[in-house]
Unconditional design. Structure first.
Ligand SMILES: O=C(CO)[C@@H](O)[C@H](O)[C@H](O)[C@H](O)COP(=O)(O)O
Length: 428
């Protein structure tokens, strides 16, 4: 479907002064997720329209409201996912009713910003668990509960959609075999058909992806920042499918999570340092340009004799999943990382900010393969200015891994302290 093709990445000019106010929120948004989800207190959350809708049970437990998210999937074949999972997991029901078809989780963020885990944590500590085992039990419960909510979508689509992803310990991001073992363990304990085990696309974990896929486990490959690494990820998926020995490959699926906004955040800084008018004019354009080029690679790799041989055994394409879709620069359009990346067989995982903006004023039109030569022009113009895409990828990967590890470590430290305090209080 052609539709109106918006111009590639259209940041508001930096010199434009104060931001124009956002368009008035439509009636649909009254039912959309709250953008302040992590900050609101439980009492305030109970008053939010989206949570209220969850308790106004009808049929499957939520009032169905047609939104652009339904159009995104039905008209363009892109699956909108929600980039947030926290308790109570039933809060996902109105999101599902609004057209969300899967979820990516960041458990350290969820657990550290909510007291909804305290009760189960206390029980686990009283039962003699250490902080890390208790952490995994909290996570596994959320993932299993969410998998149940998305199971109807998984079944309806014959295993193509309706996934919930959960990451292996970020401490293993540079440990090939440790990641394989952790993925197998997590897959076994979650024990749901629609779980994605999230593995980072570090150089050390690319071989883990192959092995985990070969073991018949579905994977969300995360933290992809460059086209070169993305190609290695696709190869690992294809190698894994070929090595699996399964006669039916239809239930071993994968998504490749290509991070978007962080690319602009870093490259914009580099362009500002260069400071020429040509460099400044390219701000806010790198991430979408690279993502469009990644999609071209996807089209190339998932065609031809090698791929066709796998299709005969039921293999499904490893879909591109756009992650890090919320804008970080308030001068940019708030749908900058969603509108221009719409196309068939892709996933866009959105936190509340991006989801709210897209429901309110997103444009549902096929854009992923529009203006590809413009994207290629931007990509090489950046190279000519001295931007080394592989180096950018490496730096972002390093920062991404460190930040995930950092929040995991600090959560575990605080859970250990909490656990010790509980044990002391209970004389354990
Ligand atoms: O699971 C995934 C992607 O695989 C997502 O939850 C992913 O971690 C998130 O989109 C990003 O961490 C969010 O990135 P950012 O908005 O903080 O830059």
């Amino acid at each position: 479907m052609a539709g109106t093709v918006p111009k590639l990445a259209a940041p508001r000019p930096a010199a434009a002064g104060p931001l124009p106010s956002q368009p008035l929120r439509s009636a649909a948004l009254a039912f959309a997720p709250s953008a302040r989800r992590f900050r609101v207190s439980l009492a305030a959350r109970a008053r939010s329209p989206v949570i209220a809708m969850a308790s106004a049970k009808e049929g499957n437990g939520a009032v169905t409201k047609r939104t652009t998210l339904h159009d995104l999937y039905e008209q363009q074949g892109q699956s909108p996912w929600y980039d947030n999972l926290c308790r109570p997991v039933t809060d996902l029901l109105p999101y599902i009713a609004n057209g969300v078809r899967g979820v990516t989780s960041n458990p350290t963020k969820a657990i550290s910003s909510s007291n909804a885990y305290d009760g189960q944590f206390k029980e686990l500590i009283s039962a003699g668990k250490d902080a890390e085992s208790a952490y995994w039990e909290l996570v596994i419960k959320d993932i299993q509960d969410a998998c149940k909510l998305f199971e109807p979508i998984y079944d309806e689509t014959d295993g193509a959609d309706g996934y919930v992803s959960v990451e292996v310990s970020p401490r293993l991001a540079n440990d090939t075999q440790g990641t394989v073992e952790a993925a197998k363990w997590l897959h076994k304990v979650v024990n749901r058909p629609n779980v994605y085990i999230k593995i980072p696309a570090t150089a050390e974990c690319v071989p883990s992806i192959k092995e985990v896929i070969a073991n018949g486990i579905s994977v969300n490959v995360t933290l992809i920042f460059s086209v070169a690494r993305y190609e290695a990820v696709i190869d690992a998926y294809l190698d894994g499918l070929e090595a699996s020995g399964l006669s039916d490959l239809s239930r071993v699926t994968s998504v490749a999570s290509f991070f978007v906004s962080r690319v602009d955040s870093l490259i914009d800084k580099m362009l500002e340092k260069i400071g020429t008018p040509e460099a400044l004019a390219l701000r806010g354009k790198a991430a979408v340009a690279q993502a469009k080029i990644a999609n071209q690679l996807y089209l190339k790799k998932f065609s031809g004799p090698r791929w066709e041989a796998l299709v005969k055994k039921g293999a499904k394409k490893q879909r591109l999943l756009w992650a890090s879709t919320s804008v970080k620069n308030p001068a940019y359009l708030d749908t900058l990382y969603v509108d221009p990346l719409i196309g068939p067989d892709t996933v866009s995982t959105m936190p509340d900010q991006a989801l709210d903006a897209f429901i309110d004023h997103g444009t549902v039109a096929r854009t992923i393969d529009a203006n590809v030569s413009e994207a290629e022009g931007i990509y090489s113009a950046l190279e000519k200015l001295g931007i080394d895409w592989e180096e950018v990828g490496k730096q972002l990967e390093h920062e991404g891994v460190s930040s995930f590890k950092g929040s995991f470590d600090s959560l575990l430290t605080s859970l250990e302290e909490k656990g010790n305090a509980l044990k002391t209080a209970a004389n354990l």
